[in-house]
Write a protein that binds this ligand. Structure first.
Ligand code: SF4
Ligand code: SF4
Length: 406
């Protein structure tokens, strides 16, 4: 396998925070849309630390920066504006191609130079106006995750207030930013797509993207067994189900996890969900299950080892070769491969991948690309998480395909 180095990195994915105003039921940061997961540490990356990790020279080599993450909403970070300005300043100064994409090509590169993903439910009008001014119309954009209309958005985007979302989009557009409305389709909102599209036009939104959510399980090949996702309130009472869309065109089922463990008994004597029983799921794993993760694929086609790769910085300044393994480290879920990866990082020591201490390039070059991964993509040492995402099933590809406007 040809070795690449940090000089080949073209994309940077930053998770500015692990905090969020919402509680989406299928998000890693909380349990069934009710309470925050007990393993989650709520923290922001500081602007000062970001500058230690990401130098102007490093920004210069990038084609794009994504502010998103696995565990929080970027907009919550109190220094996000400064971070965006910092990237923007050095992108303009050091733009790798030295020209305005839109003017030269008549279209923008995908992804745009700076992308921010948000539920849009927080921060005041001034903030959104300023963000619009800082980002400008091109080639940057804010992707608002709005899954329905006033009567449905909160069914999945729990705790997000509709009037805040409308205020955020309106003021961001007023400031001159480019807005994308991204609409995840479920059973409860599949009838509102055209109405939402029309509203997006009225608000001056630039793009309206409809996405099929991933995560519904198909337990046997060719058997259409779609799970509904249970949602609970903070006291453990059942609230409602999130169900996949019924229309064929919006359905998306796929095998996400071959090694789902049976849920432990979670109800207490009153029949309510006892969240404390969800703690430390990793203790349920056996060696057999960890070894089982290695059966995923014979070959791993590592996307992080290709030219123009993207790297990931998590909310605590740790640097990972991609957000998928980043997620595995923090969110040891029902998967033995998460557990396996967490053990690997613990063996390395979290300190060794700290971007604030060592700088992003050093972590990528000296830890991940040279020391760790080549050893874990071959033979018996193959990592389950990499087999899952970069093996034959190629879940990354299917996720990317789901990001298209459909
Ligand atoms: S808005 Fe994003 S980070 Fe917040 S709960 Fe929903 S999916 Fe998770
Ligand atoms: S899943 Fe593994 S092999 Fe694939 S991009 Fe991420 S770190 Fe690389």
């Amino acid at each position: 396998m040809d070795m690449i180095s940090s000089k080949d990195i073209k994309g940077l994915h930053i998770e500015p925070t692990s905090k969020c105003n919402a509680a989406c039921p299928m998000c890693a940061r909380n349990l069934w849309g009710a309470v925050t997961s007990d393993w989650l540490v709520e923290k922001d990356i500081t602007f000062s630390d970001l500058k230690k990790m990401v130098s102007p020279e490093f920004i210069k080599q990038l084609d794009y920066v994504v502010f998103c993450g696995n565990l929080g909403d970027p907009i919550v970070n109190p220094e996000l504006l400064q971070m965006v300005e910092y990237v923007q300043t050095h992108k303009e100064k050091y733009n790798a191609f030295g020209f305005d994409y839109h003017e030269e090509w008549g279209h923008d590169p995908y992804p745009a130079q700076i992308n921010i993903h948000t539920n849009g439910g927080i921060r005041n009008s001034d903030f959104w106006y300023q963000l619009g001014e800082v980002m400008g119309p091109n080639p940057n954009r804010v992707i608002f995750s709005i899954d329905g209309l006033e009567d449905t958005n909160h069914i999945y985007r729990r705790r997000v207030k509709w009037k805040n979302v409308i205020n955020s989009v309106t003021n961001f557009k007023r400031g001159g930013g480019r807005a994308v409305w991204e609409y995840l389709v479920f059973k409860h909102n599949e009838h509102q797509i055209e109405e939402a599209r029309k509203l997006s036009e009225d608000l001056g939104v630039d793009e309206f993207l409809v996405k099929k959510p991933i995560g519904w399980t198909q337990t046997q090949e060719n058997v259409d067994t779609i799970d509904a996702f249970e949602v609970y309130d903070t006291d453990g009472s059942f609230s409602h189900y999130i169900e996949p869309a019924e229309k064929k065109e919006w359905k998306n089922i796929q095998v996400i996890n071959k090694y789902v463990l049976k849920k432990p008994m979670l109800e207490n004597a009153e029949g309510k969900l006892d969240f404390s029983l969800m703690t430390h799921k990793q203790k349920h794993f056996t060696q057999w299950e960890i070894d089982g993760a290695k059966d995923f694929d014979e070959k791993i086609d590592a996307k992080c080892m290709k030219k123009e790769t993207e790297v990931f910085i998590s909310y605590d300044g740790s640097v990972f070769p991609c957000c998928f393994v980043g997620s595995s480290y923090y969110n040891v879920n029902n998967n033995s491969y998460d557990y396996e990866f967490k053990k690997l990082v613990e063996g390395l020591g979290l300190d060794s991948i700290n971007g604030v201490k060592h700088g992003i390039e050093k972590v990528i070059d000296e830890v991940w690309f040279k020391k760790v991964f080549p050893k874990y993509w071959e033979g018996k040492n193959k990592l389950g998480v990499c087999g899952m995402f970069c093996g034959k099933k190629d879940i990354i590809k299917s996720i990317r395909e789901n990001e298209r406007d459909v």
